[in-house]
Design a protein. Structure first.
Length: 247
């Protein structure tokens, strides 16, 4: 099943579902982040309104990082078609690039505002998972980020072929992580960094297997880039968990 990727036109400009869903996800992520600050009673340097201050930069540089990551691993194509480098409305945002750029931005923000970096990551992790879960439906609108052929009843048709809806698998994974982090773990949190560690581990594991089904993966030689980064996320999460728990 394919849908029109264009939601509506405004003054002749196409407004796509991809951008709308990313914007909704980002807005809700900021709300969740601020709520996490309230749950923490604005400790470790947090202050009322920190989420919107941080979010402005994290969203801008996150989108730029997501695009740069995608373009970098499709460099031959974009060198031949430079006019398409900034055409993000058509898709082509790699979430891992966005997360990495977001992490760098949050780290710089924490230094400038003198806020504990790991505490900031804990406040951001549930909202990031929620935004990812919503944003993945933009891939559905663009008929991208799907898997190979399948006969499973929940398969979707793309160009007349029934395929794995890997965008749906990841959306379910992301929303599950959000529910676990925000509604369960945050109420039982035992140490700073616990939410961040679980986000990295759970998302890394889930994405590793989902990526193996996709037909549009970015490659470095024979290896899928996202699977390599997934393993780095898992290892990073385990290190953070062990180190923070011991401390």
């Amino acid at each position: 099943m394919n849908i029109n990727p264009v939601a509506f036109r405004l003054f002749g400009l196409e407004i796509r579902w991809y951008g709308i869903l990313i914007a909704i996800g980002a807005f809700l992520a900021l709300m969740v982040c601020e709520n996490m600050g309230k749950k923490y009673k604005y400790k470790d340097g947090l202050y009322e309104g920190f989420a919107s201050d941080m979010g402005i930069f994290a969203i801008i540089f996150g989108v730029l990082g997501a695009r740069a990551y995608y373009v970098l691993f499709q460099l031959d194509y974009y060198l031949a078609n430079p006019s398409e480098i900034l055409a993000i409305r058509n898709g082509g945002l790699a979430i891992y690039g966005g997360i990495i750029a977001g992490l760098i931005t949050i780290h710089i923000f924490s230094k400038i505002k003198k806020i504990n970096f790991i505490t900031l990551l804990d406040t951001a992790s549930p909202g990031v998972a929620l935004a990812q879960g919503i944003g993945r439906w933009g891939n559905f609108a663009n008929s991208e980020a799907h898997g190979g052929p399948t006969n499973l009843p929940w398969g979707i048709y793309v160009d007349g072929i029934k395929v794995h809806p890997t965008f749906l698998y990841e959306s379910i994974l992301d929303l599950g992580i959000f529910i676990f982090l925000y509604f369960i773990l945050s109420k039982r949190q035992k140490f700073t960094g616990q939410l961040t560690a679980f986000y990295l581990i759970l998302y890394g594991i889930g994405r590793f297997f989902i990526e193996g089904m996709r037909t549009d993966s970015l490659y470095f030689g024979p290896f899928r880039i996202s699977q390599i980064v997934s393993l780095i996320f898992i290892l990073s999460g385990l290190i953070i968990y062990a180190k923070r728990k011991r401390n």
